[in-house]
Design a protein around this ligand. Structure first.
Ligand code: NAG
Ligand code: NAG
Length: 263
């Protein structure tokens, strides 16, 4: 086989795998998922239709924004299939944190055990402080061979560098309102619903309750002037959150996601 045939063939294989992946969410989809994607009242841009300069001028320091197709992480998505991650990292230990605003408790388990025992739909009556969630605290030595294939959003803030946080969580899980420095968050598999408020508009929430309970109990009764910015993002979409913006997330499906914190 000559080089050109090999290249065409590998493109074809990649294409077929992409079709497969799109259908089964990388093998992560479960019987249960949340259907309500809510509304999207945020600015969304395709590819580079928002230039870097306009991003800096209009959003970077003032407003969250969503990019669609800014990066091509098709290969990373394939590497993050359930079968591939279990094959390569099943025996590695991952550090779980409680899913509340100030996550106090950390628990280390083998990745395989996390997938078998913890990765399930959020139960509606559990507290966030009693729910263990795999996001961040990644051992970069062990996961380097995966992260090196991630194409980070190219729109970095001046004088910052990025640090990755990678995670996987079940449908209905999510972290309740909290804030930190600026960054990007991308969904690799599944869908993630976001709620955001500016730094000076602290939302009403209980730090130990789940986002799911906030969405079912508080959100429907919010007065109009307390409505959040919100949107559901899918694979290939990345959300930018500016410094100190309040945000809460809700995974609608079993989701694989990666954030790039800029600091
Ligand atoms: C990360 O993994 C390496 C290799 O298994 C290990 O030697 C190291 O102690 C781990 N680091 C942390 C912070 O757990
Ligand atoms: C949240 O849960 C933690 C750990 O269980 C507890 O120490 C803390 O007091 C709780 N906070 C509130 C506001 O209930």
């Amino acid at each position: 086989m000559d080089g050109r045939t090999a290249a065409v063939l590998s493109q074809f294989v990649l294409f077929c795998l992409r079709v497969l992946r799109a259908e089964d969410g990388g093998g992560w989809s479960s019987d249960f998922s949340l259907q309500d994607e809510g509304l999207c009242n945020m600015d969304v841009f395709d590819g580079r239709s928002l230039s870097y300069q306009h991003f800096i001028d209009r959003y970077a320091y003032s407003r969250p924004v969503i990019f669609r197709g800014l990066t091509d992480n098709a290969k990373f998505q394939l590497l993050c299939s359930k079968s591939n991650l279990l094959r390569h990292y099943g025996g590695r230990r991952v550090r779980l944190s409680t899913a509340n605003t100030y996550s106090y408790r950390k628990v280390d388990v083998p990745f395989q055990e996390y997938v078998d025992r913890f990765l399930k739909p959020q139960s509606t009556n559990a507290l966030g402080s009693d729910t263990l969630y795999f996001f961040g605290d990644n051992n970069f030595t062990e996961w380097q061979s995966l992260f090196e294939h991630y194409e980070a959003p190219p729109y970095a803030l001046p004088h910052t560098s990025g640090a990755y946080s990678f995670g996987i969580a079940g449908p209905g899980t999510g972290v309740p309102f909290h804030w930190h420095g600026p960054g990007f968050s991308e969904v690799v598999h599944g869908r993630k619903r976001w709620f955001l408020y500016p730094p000076d508009k602290e939302p009403h929430f209980h730090p130990n309750h789940t986002t799911l309970s906030w969405v079912t109990e508080t959100y429907p009764h919010l007065p109009e002037d307390e409505a959040p910015l919100e949107c559901t993002i899918r694979p290939g979409e990345v959300l930018f959150f500016p410094d100190r913006w309040w945000h809460a997330t809700l995974n609608l499906d079993t989701s694989v996601f990666i954030s790039t914190f800029l600091g």
